[in-house]
Design a protein around this ligand. Structure first.
Ligand SMILES: Cc1cc2nc3c(=O)[nH]c(=O)nc-3n(C[C@H](O)[C@H](O)[C@H](O)COP(=O)(O)OP(=O)(O)OC[C@H]3O[C@@H](n4cnc5c(N)ncnc54)[C@H](O)[C@@H]3O)c2cc1C
Length: 260
């Protein structure tokens, strides 16, 4: 048995960018547009992909220098930097600008950064990581997620063929989380509010159950990790769906920072 630890290939470098615009999409979702010449060559060709956002250290004004230790990026003193995963919502290759939409949930580095972001603030982004390949033969989709999935669901609504039917279920932690989504002629959108004191994902799990997805549907789900696990089990064990028609991804974990 080998005793050497596995060394991972270094992921793409972070590109330094600066905030160009900030727009409140709702009191719970802030769109931050970052831009800069380092975005030259960035290619976004799949919806629901991911980027990694490197934030300044608390009190800092620009993203720190990082070193790759064979497994992860670290600060020069060995601590973990503030790196968060987000959806690259829109990329404009001419203007070299990238929109990120960040949930203001009141308790994390990315949420706090987005809440305070102003033009000129420096951060860095890397990616994009793989997105969702839309089945061109599917005629019916169920898209379900919490507020962190709103950027990805919005992109999917923009790219899905006008002829397909799309059922959308989105859980919001407060009524103010609702916002206008891209128009799709076949879309039927249901917003589900999380009841006071409920576990994140409870309303989403109930909404997916009520939607009664069948083998005809392509199902895309993202949100709180334990909630999407419950949905995954329901889809496979109770509704008998197959792996090829289901895409489920945990986007965050209750009680756990992405730095952990
Ligand atoms: C592929 C992918 C795409 C994603 N796209 C987006 C996106 O476009 N926009 C977006 O906002 N998020 C997105 N996320 C989720 C995001 O990475 C996490 O929510 C992340 O934890 C936020 O970082 P933070 O610094 O605000 O909180 P952290 O420091 O990571 O967490 C601090 C505390 O806040 C809690 N927390 C984290 N997120 C939430 C939340 N949404 N609601 C309530 N409590 C929370 C944690 O459980 C923890 O207790 C995506 C995740 C993945 C994997």
């Amino acid at each position: 048995m080998s005793t050497t630890s596995r060394v991972r290939r270094e992921p793409p470098r972070f590109r330094q960018v600066a905030v160009r615009r900030v727009e409140l999409r709702s009191p719970r979702l802030t769109r931050v547009t970052v831009a800069g010449p380092k975005l030259e060559g960035f290619v976004l060709d799949e919806p629901a992909a991911s980027v990694r956002l490197l934030l300044p250290e608390p009190g800092g004004r620009r993203p720190p220098q990082l070193t790759w230790n064979g497994n992860e990026f670290l600060l020069p003193d060995g601590r973990r930097p503030f790196i968060r995963t987000l959806t690259p919502r829109r990329f404009d290759a001419e203007a070299l600008e990238l929109d990120l939409e960040i949930v203001i949930h009141g308790g994390g580095a990315a949420s706090a950064w987005a809440e305070a972001a102003t033009s000129g603030d420096e951060v860095a982004v890397s990616g994009p990581g793989r997105g969702y390949s839309v089945d061109p033969d599917a005629s019916s989709f169920l898209l379900a997620g919490d507020e962190t999935a709103i950027p990805a669901i919005s992109q999917l609504l923009e790219v899905l063929d006008a002829e397909v039917s799309v059922r959308v279920r989105i859980e919001v932690a407060a009524p103010t989380g609702r916002l206008e989504l891209p128009q799709h002629p076949g879309a039927e959108i249901e917003w589900c509010e999380l009841a006071a004191g409920a576990t994140p994902g409870d309303a989403l799990v109930a909404a997916v159950r009520a939607a009664e997805p069948t083998a005809e549907d392509q199902v895309w789900v993202a949100g709180e990790a334990a909630a999407v696990q419950r949905i995954r089990r329901h889809l496979f064990e109770e509704r008998g769906l197959t792996r090829s028609s289901v895409h489920v991804r945990g986007y965050w974990k209750t009680g756990r920072s992405e730095s952990d």
